[in-house]
Design a protein around this ligand. Sequence first.
Ligand code: TYD
Length: 134
Amino acid sequence: MEIKKYPLQMHGDERGHLVSLEELKDVPFEIKRVYFMFDTREGFVRGKHAHKSLEQLLVCVHGSVNILLDDGKEKTNVILDNPYEGLYIANNMWREMSEFSEHAVLMVFASKYYDEDDYIRDYDEFLKFVGVKK
Ligand code: TYD
């Protein structure tokens, strides 16, 4: 499975660092929504769903998190542990976020407004949707 990690523009000087993201440049889609996860309790797994059409770019702006990506045929784990790279996740990809470090903040840039109808929250339904037989 191809992992699409994007280096983000970092502007650093003696004062510290700043990362800037512009839609259709640093983020490969028009940004309709931004949300972030924080205060994730130890041992909990978030996500556990796929999207029919949503695209996302995930940036762990603080701390670290493990992202499991699963296209129905293959599973890969990706660690996000710095604020200057983004992980692109296309539609039709099952994802699970786990092992959030203490105080981790995972920011997500999304190509669409929130729409529960775009979610596939059942794994068997996901396999059916992507045409993989169990
Ligand atoms: P949920 O989908 O369970 O989070 P995740 O699967 O990424 O761990 O979302 C938690 C709640 O937040 C759920 O009630 C839906 C709501 N929500 C919104 O209202 N807007 C959003 O953009 C997102 C991502 C979630």
